[in-house]
Structures are given as structure tokens and as C-alpha cells.
Design a protein around this ligand. Structure first.
Ligand code: PEP
Length: 257
């Protein structure tokens, strides 16, 4: 049987300055126990400006919380004003970089080719990309969500080796469920996450498909996480709003209780 360790990743989006960020990490760390980290990987994904502070507090106090970035440049270095290279994130101890979040696709015109280049850049620096995919409301209402998401998966993973895909995390985030309070039903989440895993087996092999962690994201809270985690192909959550509340995020990490 596959032994995928669940991942609960908190995407803070454009919230928390570096001092607020330290406080939030400390509050989480006081609540979380070794048994929590043994059961799930816990990650915080602050804005770029807070990553160094988060790294410092985690290392100084030996917290077992992991951290990551919300985006990464597809380029290695050079004349790309405003961008952050994967090597810079690696130097800050980042384990993860989100690529292709729906807010980047929507407001910054990111397409699958760019998202793919970002995933490659992250992997090249030994950072795990969290590749976000998900359909909008119109596609969902027309019943086209599975093929829509699979096109994003194919495009986002294009030309990655099986070994690179094995190290990648995929997050299924239906756009209509992000920040809306409207969570997908556990069955909806399983339908798409299951289809993604089947696609991975077709593109690579069953071993790769068994290893890849597939997260659900979209209005996850302490009160709805258990049903979602009970699904066979859901291996964790990418959490926005609720990750800013340490009590709520810790509840999500303890979905088994
Ligand atoms: C997200 O943006 O990744 C997300 C899932 O947001 P929320 O939990 O706030 O819906």
C-alpha cells in the first residue's frame, strides 16, 4: 500500500510582515507536538519578505515546521527585476515553492508553460514544487472539471522526469472554492484527485502515481478537513485563510482527532 505522508501547507498569501510571521510560527510551534509532526508534514508559506525571519526562528528553536515560498522565478539569475530565483529560496531553507496558484494564473496571466518552467526551476534547486491546478465555476457547472484539470497537470509536468514528478506535490484547488467558504464535497475532491493519480500512472507508472502527494485546497477548516482526508487520493491540504489562525491550522493538522 502507498505510504504517502500527509502534508498540511498554509499559504499565507499577502499577509503578515516579518514580525507578525515570527509570532504566528511561534504560536503554531507551541501548540504542535512531536506526535503531530510524526503524523503529518506541516509547512508555512509566508510572503517572500518574511521567509528569512521564519527560517531564523524555525532553525533557532529547532521547530519541526517546514517552510516554503508562494512563487519562484523560472530563471536562474540575471536581469529579471522583481523576481526571486529558486537558488535564493533554497538558501533560505525553503522546502517548497507554490507554482501556478490560481491567483497567479488569474491576475498575472500565468499559463501552463510558465508554470512548468517554474516547477523545473524549483526542482533544480531541490525545492518541491506545489503545482496548483483547478477549474473555475463555469467549467465546473458545464461538467468539464476533470479534463480541464488534467490539461493543467499535463502542461505543468511537461518534460519532467519520473524522478522529478515523484518529488512534486500537486494541489487540486477548485477556483470557486478558494476564499469563498464554499468547500468542495469530499466526493468532489476525490473525483478530481483520483483522476489526477490515474493520469500520473498513465504518464509515468504506478510507482510514481503512488508516491505523489495530491492535496486539496479551497476553504479548508478544522470542521471540514476530516471528511476530505478520508478520501483515498487526498494526501493533505493547501490552506489559505484558516492558516492565518494558529488554533484553526493546528486543528487541521490534527484532523485525525
Ligand atoms: C488557497 O488559496 O490556496 C486556498 C486554499 O485558500 P482558502 O483556504 O482561503 O480557500
Amino acid at each position: 500500500a502507498p505510504s504517502r505522508k500527509p502534508l498540511m501547507a498554509g499559504n499565507w498569501k499577502m499577509n503578515k510582515n516579518h514580525l507578525d510571521a515570527i509570532l504566528l510560527v511561534q504560536k503554531m510551534a507551541f501548540a504542535l507536538k512531536d506526535a503531530d509532526y510524526d503524523a503529518v508534514d506541516v509547512a508555512v508559506i509566508p510572503p517572500f519578505t518574511a521567509i528569512r525571519s521564519v527560517q531564523t526562528v524555525i532553525e533557532a528553536d529547532r521547530y519541526r515546521i517546514q517552510h516554503g515560498a508562494q512563487d519562484v522565478s523560472p530563471h536562474a539569475s540575471g536581469a529579471y527585476t522583481g523576481e526571486i530565483a529558486a537558488s535564493m529560496l533554497a538558501k533560505l531553507g525553503c522546502s517548497y515553492a507554490i507554482v501556478g496558484h490560481s491567483e497567479r494564473r488569474q491576475y498575472h496571466g500565468e499559463d501552463d508553460a510558465l508554470v512548468n518552467a517554474k516547477a523545473k526551476a524549483a526542482l533544480g534547486a531541490d525545492i518541491t514544487p506545489i503545482l496548483c491546478v483547478g477549474e473555475g465555476l463555469e467549467v465546473r457547472q458545464a461538467g468539464g472539471h476533470v479534463p480541464h484539470v488534467l490539461v493543467q497537470v499535463d502542461g505543468g509536468l511537461a518534460k519532467l522526469t519520473a524522478e522529478q514528478v515523484r518529488r512534486t506535490v500537486i494541489a487540486y484547488e477548485p477556483v470557486w472554492a478558494i476564499g469563498t467558504g464554499e468547500v468542495a464535497t469530499p466526493k468532489d475532491a476525490q473525483e478530481v484527485c483520483g483522476a489526477i493519480r490515474t493520469r500520473l500512472a498513465e504518464l509515468y507508472d504506478g510507482g510514481v502515481a503512488d508516491d505523489v502527494r495530491i492535496l486539496y485546497g479551497g476553504s479548508v477548516k478544522g470542521g471540514n478537513i476530516a471528511g476530505i482526508m478520508a478520501q483515498d487520493d487526498v494526501d493533505g491540504a493547501l490552506v489559505g485563510g484558516a492558516s492565518l489562525d494558529p488554533g484553526e491550522f493546528v486543528k487541521i493538522c490534527r484532523y485525525r482527532d
